[in-house]
Design a protein around this ligand. Sequence first.
Ligand code: BGC
Length: 251
Amino acid sequence: MASTACGIDIGGSGVKAAVVDLETGEFTTERIRIETPKPATPEAVAEVCRQLLEQLEVGPDIAVGVAVPAPVIHGVVPFMANLDPAWAGMNVDELMEKHLGRPVVTLNDADAAGIAEVAYGAAKDVQGTVIVTTQGTGIGSAIIVDGVLVPNTELGHLEIDGYDAEKRASAGQKTLQDLSWKKWAKRLQRYYSHVEMLFSPDLFVVGGGVSKKHEKFMPLLELKTPMVPAVLFNTAGIVGAAYHAARKAQG
Ligand code: BGC
Protein backbone atom coordinates (compact mmCIF):
# COMPACT_ATOMS: atom_id res chain seq x y z
CA MET A 1 0.00 0.00 0.00
CA ALA A 2 1.15 3.59 -0.68
CA SER A 3 2.66 5.45 2.28
CA THR A 4 0.22 8.39 2.15
CA ALA A 5 -3.30 9.11 0.91
CA CYS A 6 -5.72 12.01 1.18
CA GLY A 7 -9.01 11.83 3.06
CA ILE A 8 -11.96 14.21 2.80
CA ASP A 9 -14.82 14.08 5.31
CA ILE A 10 -18.09 15.74 4.32
CA GLY A 11 -20.06 16.79 7.39
CA GLY A 12 -23.22 18.74 8.13
CA SER A 13 -21.28 21.85 9.19
CA GLY A 14 -17.82 21.51 7.64
CA VAL A 15 -15.92 19.64 4.93
CA LYS A 16 -12.50 18.62 6.26
CA ALA A 17 -9.41 17.19 4.59
CA ALA A 18 -5.82 16.19 5.24
CA VAL A 19 -3.11 13.94 3.87
CA VAL A 20 -2.58 10.89 6.07
CA ASP A 21 0.54 8.85 6.85
CA LEU A 22 -0.85 5.34 6.44
CA GLU A 23 1.73 3.76 8.70
CA THR A 24 0.72 5.79 11.75
CA GLY A 25 -2.72 7.21 10.86
CA GLU A 26 -1.40 10.70 11.59
CA PHE A 27 -1.69 13.74 9.36
CA THR A 28 1.28 14.79 7.22
CA THR A 29 -0.38 18.12 6.37
CA GLU A 30 -2.52 20.38 8.45
CA ARG A 31 -6.21 19.49 8.62
CA ILE A 32 -8.11 22.08 6.64
CA ARG A 33 -11.80 22.84 6.77
CA ILE A 34 -14.29 24.75 4.65
CA GLU A 35 -17.85 25.43 5.84
CA THR A 36 -20.40 23.11 4.24
CA PRO A 37 -22.12 25.21 1.54
CA LYS A 38 -25.77 26.09 1.99
CA PRO A 39 -27.67 24.59 0.33
CA ALA A 40 -25.33 21.58 0.42
CA THR A 41 -26.08 20.41 -3.11
CA PRO A 42 -23.84 17.71 -4.61
CA GLU A 43 -22.19 20.17 -7.02
CA ALA A 44 -21.53 22.81 -4.34
CA VAL A 45 -19.99 20.23 -1.98
CA ALA A 46 -17.92 18.63 -4.76
CA GLU A 47 -16.56 22.08 -5.60
CA VAL A 48 -15.51 22.53 -1.95
CA CYS A 49 -13.73 19.13 -2.14
CA ARG A 50 -11.87 20.39 -5.23
CA GLN A 51 -10.77 23.52 -3.34
CA LEU A 52 -9.54 21.43 -0.42
CA LEU A 53 -7.39 19.25 -2.69
CA GLU A 54 -6.01 22.35 -4.36
CA GLN A 55 -5.14 23.95 -1.00
CA LEU A 56 -3.44 20.77 0.18
CA GLU A 57 -1.57 20.50 -3.14
CA VAL A 58 -2.42 16.82 -3.43
CA GLY A 59 -0.45 15.38 -6.37
CA PRO A 60 -2.02 13.08 -8.98
CA ASP A 61 -0.30 9.96 -7.59
CA ILE A 62 -1.96 10.26 -4.19
CA ALA A 63 -5.17 8.26 -3.71
CA VAL A 64 -8.19 10.28 -2.57
CA GLY A 65 -11.03 8.93 -0.42
CA VAL A 66 -14.21 10.85 0.36
CA ALA A 67 -16.41 10.07 3.37
CA VAL A 68 -20.07 10.92 2.75
CA PRO A 69 -22.78 11.28 5.45
CA ALA A 70 -25.04 8.72 3.78
CA PRO A 71 -24.91 5.09 2.76
CA VAL A 72 -22.88 4.57 -0.42
CA ILE A 73 -23.86 1.46 -2.33
CA HIS A 74 -21.47 0.75 -5.21
CA GLY A 75 -20.92 4.50 -5.57
CA VAL A 76 -24.60 5.44 -5.31
CA VAL A 77 -26.22 7.33 -2.40
CA PRO A 78 -29.78 6.00 -1.94
CA PHE A 79 -30.92 8.76 0.48
CA MET A 80 -29.44 11.73 2.26
CA ALA A 81 -30.68 12.60 5.76
CA ASN A 82 -28.69 15.71 6.66
CA LEU A 83 -27.58 17.44 3.44
CA ASP A 84 -29.56 18.57 0.40
CA PRO A 85 -32.02 15.87 -0.78
CA ALA A 86 -30.66 16.26 -4.34
CA TRP A 87 -27.98 13.71 -3.34
CA ALA A 88 -30.50 10.87 -3.41
CA GLY A 89 -29.87 8.51 -6.32
CA MET A 90 -26.58 10.20 -7.21
CA ASN A 91 -23.46 8.28 -8.21
CA VAL A 92 -20.99 10.08 -5.94
CA ASP A 93 -17.94 8.32 -7.41
CA GLU A 94 -18.78 9.85 -10.78
CA LEU A 95 -19.69 13.24 -9.26
CA MET A 96 -16.40 13.51 -7.41
CA GLU A 97 -14.33 12.22 -10.32
CA LYS A 98 -15.89 14.86 -12.58
CA HIS A 99 -15.15 17.71 -10.15
CA LEU A 100 -11.76 16.52 -8.89
CA GLY A 101 -10.50 15.32 -12.27
CA ARG A 102 -9.09 12.07 -10.86
CA PRO A 103 -10.30 8.69 -9.60
CA VAL A 104 -11.93 8.99 -6.19
CA VAL A 105 -13.17 6.34 -3.75
CA THR A 106 -16.28 7.19 -1.72
CA LEU A 107 -17.72 5.52 1.36
CA ASN A 108 -20.05 6.17 4.28
CA ASP A 109 -18.54 8.49 6.90
CA ALA A 110 -19.16 6.17 9.87
CA ASP A 111 -17.73 3.24 7.93
CA ALA A 112 -14.65 5.38 7.34
CA ALA A 113 -14.46 6.06 11.09
CA GLY A 114 -14.85 2.35 11.80
CA ILE A 115 -12.07 1.46 9.37
CA ALA A 116 -9.78 4.02 11.02
CA GLU A 117 -10.54 2.78 14.55
CA VAL A 118 -9.76 -0.79 13.44
CA ALA A 119 -6.51 0.22 11.73
CA TYR A 120 -5.17 2.69 14.32
CA GLY A 121 -7.57 3.15 17.21
CA ALA A 122 -9.91 1.73 19.80
CA ALA A 123 -10.99 -1.29 17.73
CA LYS A 124 -7.48 -2.41 16.79
CA ASP A 125 -6.99 -6.16 17.38
CA VAL A 126 -10.41 -6.45 19.06
CA GLN A 127 -12.08 -9.80 18.32
CA GLY A 128 -15.83 -10.23 18.10
CA THR A 129 -18.41 -7.56 17.27
CA VAL A 130 -17.47 -3.90 17.64
CA ILE A 131 -20.03 -1.17 17.00
CA VAL A 132 -18.55 2.24 16.27
CA THR A 133 -21.06 5.08 16.42
CA THR A 134 -20.24 8.61 15.33
CA GLN A 135 -22.05 11.37 17.16
CA GLY A 136 -22.57 14.54 15.11
CA THR A 137 -25.46 16.10 13.24
CA GLY A 138 -26.70 12.51 12.82
CA ILE A 139 -25.66 9.20 14.34
CA GLY A 140 -23.47 7.07 12.09
CA SER A 141 -22.69 3.41 12.68
CA ALA A 142 -20.09 0.87 11.65
CA ILE A 143 -20.31 -2.79 12.62
CA ILE A 144 -17.00 -4.62 12.58
CA VAL A 145 -16.82 -8.36 13.16
CA ASP A 146 -13.35 -9.79 13.82
CA GLY A 147 -11.85 -6.78 12.03
CA VAL A 148 -14.16 -7.00 9.00
CA LEU A 149 -16.60 -4.17 8.32
CA VAL A 150 -20.28 -4.80 7.52
CA PRO A 151 -20.89 -1.62 5.48
CA ASN A 152 -23.84 0.80 5.39
CA THR A 153 -25.56 -0.30 8.60
CA GLU A 154 -27.40 3.01 9.30
CA LEU A 155 -28.19 2.33 12.97
CA GLY A 156 -28.80 6.06 13.51
CA HIS A 157 -32.11 5.54 11.76
CA LEU A 158 -33.42 2.78 14.00
CA GLU A 159 -36.98 3.69 14.95
CA ILE A 160 -37.21 3.81 18.74
CA ASP A 161 -40.39 4.89 20.59
CA GLY A 162 -41.73 6.19 17.28
CA TYR A 163 -38.73 8.42 16.58
CA ASP A 164 -35.88 8.26 14.10
CA ALA A 165 -33.19 7.57 16.74
CA GLU A 166 -30.77 10.28 15.62
CA LYS A 167 -33.51 12.89 15.96
CA ARG A 168 -33.50 12.15 19.70
CA ALA A 169 -30.05 10.95 20.62
CA SER A 170 -27.47 12.62 18.34
CA ALA A 171 -24.96 15.14 19.66
CA GLY A 172 -26.46 17.56 17.13
CA GLN A 173 -29.83 17.30 18.88
CA LYS A 174 -28.16 17.87 22.25
CA THR A 175 -26.89 21.20 20.91
CA LEU A 176 -30.07 22.06 19.02
CA GLN A 177 -32.34 21.37 21.98
CA ASP A 178 -29.81 22.64 24.53
CA LEU A 179 -30.05 19.40 26.52
CA SER A 180 -28.05 18.97 29.72
CA TRP A 181 -25.57 16.07 29.81
CA LYS A 182 -27.98 14.25 32.12
CA LYS A 183 -30.98 14.66 29.81
CA TRP A 184 -28.95 13.68 26.78
CA ALA A 185 -27.54 10.66 28.62
CA LYS A 186 -31.10 9.42 29.23
CA ARG A 187 -31.66 9.42 25.49
CA LEU A 188 -28.31 7.74 24.93
CA GLN A 189 -29.25 5.09 27.47
CA ARG A 190 -32.43 4.29 25.55
CA TYR A 191 -30.53 4.22 22.25
CA TYR A 192 -27.47 2.19 23.21
CA SER A 193 -29.42 -0.32 25.31
CA HIS A 194 -31.63 -0.98 22.28
CA VAL A 195 -28.63 -1.44 19.98
CA GLU A 196 -27.06 -3.67 22.62
CA MET A 197 -30.19 -5.83 22.78
CA LEU A 198 -30.23 -6.22 18.99
CA PHE A 199 -26.55 -6.96 18.34
CA SER A 200 -24.92 -8.14 21.59
CA PRO A 201 -21.67 -6.36 20.73
CA ASP A 202 -18.38 -6.92 22.56
CA LEU A 203 -17.48 -3.23 22.45
CA PHE A 204 -19.01 0.15 21.69
CA VAL A 205 -16.70 2.87 20.38
CA VAL A 206 -18.16 6.39 20.37
CA GLY A 207 -16.67 8.95 17.99
CA GLY A 208 -17.43 12.47 16.83
CA GLY A 209 -16.33 15.74 18.43
CA VAL A 210 -18.39 15.06 21.57
CA SER A 211 -16.29 11.96 22.36
CA LYS A 212 -13.63 14.39 23.63
CA LYS A 213 -16.05 15.04 26.51
CA HIS A 214 -16.78 11.35 27.15
CA GLU A 215 -16.39 11.74 30.92
CA LYS A 216 -19.53 13.92 30.89
CA PHE A 217 -21.85 11.19 29.58
CA MET A 218 -20.26 7.74 29.53
CA PRO A 219 -20.27 7.32 33.33
CA LEU A 220 -24.03 8.05 33.30
CA LEU A 221 -24.79 5.04 31.08
CA GLU A 222 -25.60 1.58 32.37
CA LEU A 223 -24.80 -0.97 29.71
CA LYS A 224 -23.50 -4.53 29.74
CA THR A 225 -21.19 -3.74 26.86
CA PRO A 226 -17.97 -1.83 27.54
CA MET A 227 -17.99 1.61 25.89
CA VAL A 228 -14.87 3.61 25.04
CA PRO A 229 -14.28 6.91 23.26
CA ALA A 230 -12.83 6.77 19.76
CA VAL A 231 -9.07 7.18 19.76
CA LEU A 232 -9.24 9.33 16.64
CA PHE A 233 -12.04 11.54 18.04
CA ASN A 234 -13.30 13.52 15.04
CA THR A 235 -10.44 12.84 12.63
CA ALA A 236 -11.43 9.22 11.98
CA GLY A 237 -13.52 10.07 8.91
CA ILE A 238 -10.52 11.62 7.12
CA VAL A 239 -8.14 8.86 8.19
CA GLY A 240 -10.52 6.02 7.27
CA ALA A 241 -11.36 7.54 3.87
CA ALA A 242 -7.64 7.88 3.08
CA TYR A 243 -6.89 4.33 4.25
CA HIS A 244 -9.78 2.88 2.26
CA ALA A 245 -8.75 4.76 -0.91
CA ALA A 246 -5.15 3.54 -0.62
CA ARG A 247 -6.29 -0.04 -0.09
CA LYS A 248 -8.60 0.15 -3.13
CA ALA A 249 -5.84 1.68 -5.27
CA GLN A 250 -3.66 -1.27 -4.38
CA GLY A 251 -6.34 -3.56 -5.89
C1 BGC B 1 -26.71 9.08 7.79
C2 BGC B 1 -25.55 8.12 7.90
C3 BGC B 1 -24.35 8.85 8.48
C4 BGC B 1 -24.70 9.53 9.78
C5 BGC B 1 -23.55 10.35 10.32
C6 BGC B 1 -26.99 9.67 9.16
O1 BGC B 1 -28.06 10.56 9.08
O2 BGC B 1 -27.88 8.44 7.29
O3 BGC B 1 -25.25 7.59 6.65
O4 BGC B 1 -23.30 7.93 8.67
O5 BGC B 1 -25.83 10.36 9.63
O6 BGC B 1 -23.17 11.35 9.45
